[in-house]
Design a protein around this ligand. Sequence first.
Ligand code: SF4
Length: 179
Amino acid sequence: MTDEEMKQLALDSGFTHAAFMDVADLEFDAALRQYCVENTCGNYDRNYACPPECGTPGEMEEKVRKYKRALVLESVQPVGSVMDPEETKTAKKAHNMISREFVNMMKKECSESSAVMAGPCTFCKTCAQIEGKPCRFPEEVYSCLSAYCIDAGKMAEHCGLPYWCGMDKVAFFSIYLFN
Ligand code: SF4
């Protein structure tokens, strides 16, 4: 599949924007881990896709650096207010749904690939970590940009994509990683 075809598939899948970049140009900042530790989202130590179980900042960066190329996928969705957690949660769910669909399609083309998505893993209704059990579907787990300590603002700037879209729109990012 050519780059143009891959990008078109992303747009046809429902993303608002899609842009290629080299993984070498992604910027990681271990200091971002502190935001996960502060646990404003409530998923710290309660989801296998999130810290601390997902891995240290260094281990997370290593997982991404195994790949050479990245297709940055952005959805921009209208909301009444970007400050409304229920609305943004619904938008995040929709973003992750199209991210999974896209990644599943791409994995048929290229099994040696991976992805970064938004928020905790919601593949199961309740994450097995909360029940002290092993992850039920390890191959379905995708951690978020924050868990990877990826500087999303710099990534968007590098790709020429909008980061802050105003009070009435919410933007989420995923990354498809491949060689
Ligand atoms: S697949 Fe299920 S058990 Fe594994 S991280 Fe996701 S929600 Fe948790």
